[in-house]
Ligand binder design. Sequence first.
Ligand code: GDP
Ligand code: IMO
Ligand code: MG
Length: 446
Amino acid sequence: MMRNKPNVVVVGAQVGDEGKGRIVDYLAKQSNVVVRFQGGNNAGHTIWVNDKKTVLHLIPSGILYPDVINVIATGVVVDPFVLISEMDELRAQGVKVTPENLKVSGACHVITSIHKAIDVHEEAGRGKNKIGTTQRGIGPVNVDRVARRGIRLYDLNKPAKLQQLIPRDTYLSYFQKYELTKSYEQFIAELQEIGKTVAPFLTDTALLLDKACRKGGVMFEGAQAALLDIDHGSYPYVTSSHCVAGYAAVVSGVSPLYIDEIMGVVKGYTTRVGTGPFPTEITGDEGEKLRQKGAEFGATTGRPRKVGWIDLVALRYATRVHGLTSIAITKLDILSGIDELKVCTHYTINGEKVEEMPVDHMETIEAIPNYITLKGWKQDISKVTDVWELPNEVRDYVSLISQDLGVEVHLVGVGPDRNQTLSTIKPVEFDIDSLLIEAQKEIKLT
Ligand code: GDP
Ligand code: IMO
Ligand code: MG
């Protein structure tokens, strides 16, 4: 069956926080369904609409449009308490969140207080080698998931099964080791109680998405990014899920053939929060200035993000592992006023020229970045409403990235607000009446 609109996956092309949420929000206007498919509340997706800020952790970034159906698909790990409080916060802001416009897979794995305690404990134990996790229990819940002993959202409404999955003895052993505060009875009762609140939202999302994808207009919203992918990122400084675009189909339970386009979100520079290699990092005063100007503090944990120049080696890699068909570039307004912009074209590692990401990303800790330098722009571009009005230097910067990656740039961010998103693809508008008049004039003239 022909689709009347494409199904699109939107993913992070760097190390997270590229502005995926604001791009998904912008595109959601034309979508029927927006799907979060992996990660959990380690994500923080920020949307600004007319000076009003919304930060989403679990709920998809289509929620601000009341007619869009938002889906939390099976690959997302869900802390049900966070899910419910996020719904409450949104409703308090006047946003519609009902079982009609939010559908959650019953098969999502549940993050409990045990997973969070293990995350905190394990990070403390890593000492100098800590990953810098968000401490939301993401790693430990995925351990249980892969070990085939996890709790899924539909289990919360089955008391006997819940107690079988976490027997009293098991809980008590965690209780002592991780200094938990709640009794076993309280722990189980609270999970059952929250399960009742979540229950009306539970649906067979794979079935729903199969139907929706056949029709088209489904947008899959990635969390984290290529370099944080469990297998394809800078292991072990990664998250515990796949973040590459192909995973959208796998964990949503739909055919990969339903995906028509894959858009990568690229920040005009690079940031990283948590540990891990960062060859193009800008340290010292220059870095601090960019961090402050770009307000580079985590949307989930508030931690300062490390900042650096754009890295084409990493972007080439992300383009390949995601299979990008288009790009959105954000935060170009933050680069205004920087005299010279550096773009890393390749690394030197042990005296060798390296243009492709090494299989062991950790080798890039030793990498010396090689840059080309482009002239910056002085103008404030945050009020520009048409890409053709952007200074030539901005267009050169964007073109260089696009040409190197061999992928077209479709969207440009010149500020955080929804209306500060510029499309490079202008809809062709025909004024049929005036065309007819012009044609008649021409006929009369000849
Ligand atoms: P995500 O995790 O990829 O959704 O990104 P985050 O929301 O964590 O971080 C991106 C930050 O940059 C947020 O504070 C956004 O409001 C902000 N942002 C996104 N695009 C732009 C842009 O084009 N210009 C500016 N100035 N800020 C932006
Ligand atoms: P969004 O979707 C940036 C990072 C953490 C840490 C590593 C592992 O907002 O782009 P985890 O808690 O997942 O076990 O942490 O991954 N990380 C992110 N960094 N943006 C994110 O999400 C992130 N989610 C996880 O900082 O280094
Ligand atoms: Mg974020």
